[in-house]
Design a protein around this ligand. Structure first.
Ligand code: G3I
Length: 364
């Protein structure tokens, strides 16, 4: 736990951070820079992280509070308490507020796809439920949430469409319908297709074809989210560069929506961000349970600097870079015994060498 400074009571690490250069100032002429907030940050319970968010970022994303399961747990019940606090936090602090996510194969309750007897419903019924949910949720925050991850992770690693319940019951056009409903609900919002590992050629090709098809049909998709759940050596900077360029050529905006870098040696080969896969225990996942050795800190700093140089090269199409968490202790990558160090601030809210390297990349 960091010491608190005598005068203000604000933890020293944070007074240092306040004295430090800030990410939002460093990139103010390039793109917005943000973080995903968890409930402890949204409610203000984690005061250290909240101070860091206010000091360092100008956009926020909801790690979980706007997913279907927490917001619409039963057919006739919505629960917007946490989501409202999230949006209020963003508005009160003058931040660009992001919405994540309305149509996804994860964290969507079983009732959405079933009738009262537990049998799958038909296409028209599911489309009606999708439309009601999207109109209710996106409509509620119309004009306040500016970017929406409308469809999340609809592709398999080989670029084919994931055989989710959405796909099986409605058919391929569930994606187009989701975007049309979202646009009806808020015609001003940027509407994203959001996915991970699009740097891999087969999956990227599938996403490019999908977006081309949607745009050719006049579907109101305006942006693509490269989630950015990355590894120390994957993707290469060339792959990252080529991926952003491929989507820029489609005439859509690009955002890095969920950036983190898994440093644990045992999971470097695992390129998926699917929570169901990452929730499995991996031997050696606790390699850095006592902290990150300095050589790895320096390697992480170099890795982040290289990635930000690529993002800066594409500053004309990249509108936002969002980290998937505020401090290392918040990260979803700490599941199943893993102790990970994927972000720019450590478990005490202290800036890591990677923070300094990213600030330096902006100044180049
Ligand atoms: O809120 C409930 C709580 O009431 C319950 O007691 C507890 C135990 O069951 O679960 C809590 O919900 C958990 C939720 O996080 C909030 O903490 C879910 O089980 C857990 O699965 C969920 O994990 C999130 C995961 O998405 C699945 O929704 C991670 O925090 C979040 O970082 C991760 O983020 C995803 C993006 O949304 C999409 N891209 C990939 C990324 C990483 O998987």
């Amino acid at each position: 736990m960091s010491m608190s400074s005598a005068s203000t009571g604000v933890p020293t690490a944070l007074t240092n951070v306040h004295a430090q250069a800030t990410l939002k100032d460093a990139f103010k002429n390039d793109f917005l820079i943000g973080a995903a907030l968890n409930e402890a940050e949204i409610t203000g319970q984690n005061i250290n992280a909240v101070a860091l968010v206010k000091a360092q970022f100008n956009t926020i994303s909801p790690e979980n509070v706007l997913k279907w399961e927490p917001v619409h747990p039963e057919p006739d019940r919505y629960d917007f308490a946490a989501a409202d606090r999230y949006v209020e936090f963003g508005q009160k602090n003058g931040m660009f507020v992001v919405g994540h996510t309305v149509v996804w194969h994860n964290q969507t309750p079983e009732w959405v796809f079933q009738d009262g007897n537990g049998k799958d419903i038909d296409r028209d019924t599911l489309l009606r439920r999708m439309r009601d949910h999207i109109h209710t949720v996106i409509g509620r925050y119309k004009g306040r949430i500016k970017d929406w991850d409308v469809v999340n992770e609809a592709l398999n690693e080989d670029g084919t469409l994931r055989q989710s319940r959405w796909m099986k019951i409605i058919g391929e056009d569930y994606i187009a319908k989701a975007f049309e409903f979202a646009h009806e609900a808020d015609p001003e919002a940027e509407l994203y297709y959001n996915d991970f590992a699009l740097e891999e050629e087969p999956k990227r090709k599938g996403a490019v074809e999908l977006i081309k098809k949607l745009k050719a049909r006049g579907v109101p998709i305006t942006a693509v989210g490269l989630q950015g759940h990355l590894k120390m050596d994957w993707p290469t900077l060339e792959q990252e560069d080529a991926t952003i360029a491929d989507f820029a050529r489609l005439g859509v905006k690009v955002a890095i929506t969920e950036l983190d870098i898994d440093v644990v040696p045992a999971t470097q080969e695992n390129k998926t961000a699917d929570i169901n896969v990452n929730a499995q225990l991996v031997a050696g996942a606790d390699t850095y349970s006592k902290g990150l050795p300095d050589d790895v800190q320096q390697a992480l700093a170099k890795r982040y600097a290289g990635l930000f140089e690529v993002y800066l090269k594409h500053r004309d199409v990249i509108g936002r870079v969002t980290f998937w968490g505020v401090t290392d202790g918040d990260s979803w990558l700490n599941t199943q015994g893993r102790v990970n160090h994927p972000l720019l601030f450590d478990r005490d809210g202290q800036p890591k060498p990677a923070f300094t390297a990213v600030i330096r990349a902006a100044a180049k």
